[in-house]
Ligand binder design. Structure first.
Ligand SMILES: [Fe+2]
Ligand SMILES: [Fe+2]
Length: 251
C-alpha cells in the first residue's frame, strides 16, 4: 500500500513495479565461493503476476537524486566503514598540508569498496573516477593498491600490521601486484601514490568524524561533477555509477 501511494510523487525514472514483490538475484561476484549462493531456478520459479525481478529504485535503499553527485554516493550508498575511511584519509592529508591532488586521491582511493566491488579495488576505483579527475589522481588511486604491500623506509612506509591480521603473516602478494608496484616506483607520480598509502589506515578511531564541508572545496576543484549527474553523462564509466544507484537490478 505504501509503495503504491509513493508512485504519485516518484520521478519518471522509476520503474513501475509498485504493488508487486520485487525479487533480487545477487550478482555472482558477491556470492561465488561463499555459502550464500542463491538458487536462481527457485527464484525464477517464484515469478507470477504479483512478483517481478527487481529493476529500478529499490525501496530498501535511500533514494538517490536524479542527478547524483559524488557526495550523494558517499552519503546514500557507501558503507559506514568505507565512508569514514576515505574521508578521514583525505582530511588527514589535508591537515598535513598535502597537495589537493594527494587529498583527492586519498578521498577516492578505495571508492569501489563503498558500494561496488572489493577485488582489485585500486584498479576498479581508478577506472570508476578516471573520467572526472586528473590523470595523476586516477594513477595514484590505481597504484596505491600494489604499493600497500611493499615497504619504502625512505618514505616512512612500512608493511601494514593490519595486513598481517587481514591476510596472515605468511601472505605473499601475487606477482601482478609485485610487477605493478615495481613499475610504480619508477614512475614520475610515485610520490603521489605513496602518499595515499601513508594516510591509508583503518585504525584511527581517535580521529574525529569528518565534516564534508572541510573537503568540499577540494572536491569542487578536483572532481568534474557532470551536470547530468554521475551515471547519466554518457562517460565510459557511467554504467558503474548506475550499478551503485541500482545494485539489485536483474539485468
Ligand atoms: Fe586500498
Ligand atoms: Fe584504504
Amino acid at each position: 500500500m505504501e509503495q503504491h501511494a509513493a508512485t504519485m510523487h516518484e520521478p519518471a525514472r522509476d520503474h513501475p513495479q509498485q504493488g508487486r514483490e520485487r525479487l533480487i538475484l545477487p550478482p555472482p561476484a558477491g556470492w561465488l565461493g561463499t555459502d550464500n549462493e542463491p538458487d536462481e531456478m527457485a527464484l525464477l520459479a517464484r515469478l507470477n503476476p504479483k512478483t517481478v525481478m527487481m529493476m529500478g529504485d529499490n525501496p530498501a535503499l535511500p533514494k538517490m537524486p536524479e542527478r547524483p553527485t559524488l557526495r550523494d554516493f558517499f552519503e546514500l550508498r557507501f558503507g559506514a566503514v568505507t565512508q569514514r575511511h576515505l574521508t578521514v584519509s583525505a582530511k588527514r592529508a589535508l591537515d598535513e598540508g598535502q597537495s589537493e591532488t594527494v587529498v583527492m586521491a586519498c578521498l577516492l582511493h578505495d571508492i569501489s569498496n563503498g558500494a561496488l566491488i572489493r577485488c582489485d579495488h585500486g584498479y576498479w576505483s581508478a577506472q570508476l573516477v578516471a573520467p572526472y579527475v586528473s590523470e595523476e589522481v586516477a594513477w595514484a588511486v590505481q597504484h596505491h593498491q600494489a604499493l600497500r604491500y611493499f615497504p619504502d623506509p625512505d618514505a616512512g612506509y612500512a608493511y601494514p600490521a593490519s595486513y598481517d591480521m587481514f591476510f596472515g603473516p605468511d601472505f605473499v602478494p601475487p606477482a601482478y601486484l609485485a610487477r605493478d608496484a615495481e613499475a610504480a616506483r619508477a614512475h614520475k607520480w610515485y610520490k603521489t601514490a605513496r602518499a595515499v598509502t601513508l594516510y591509508d589506515t583503518y585504525f584511527f578511531d581517535d580521529f574525529p568524524e569528518v565534516d564534508w564541508a572541510d573537503l568540499a572545496g577540494v572536491v569542487e576543484r578536483n572532481f568534474r561533477q557532470p551536470a547530468e549527474g554521475l551515471g547519466f553523462d554518457g562517460s565510459p564509466t557511467a554504467h558503474m555509477w548506475r550499478t551503485m544507484i541500482w545494485p539489485n537490478n536483474f539485468l
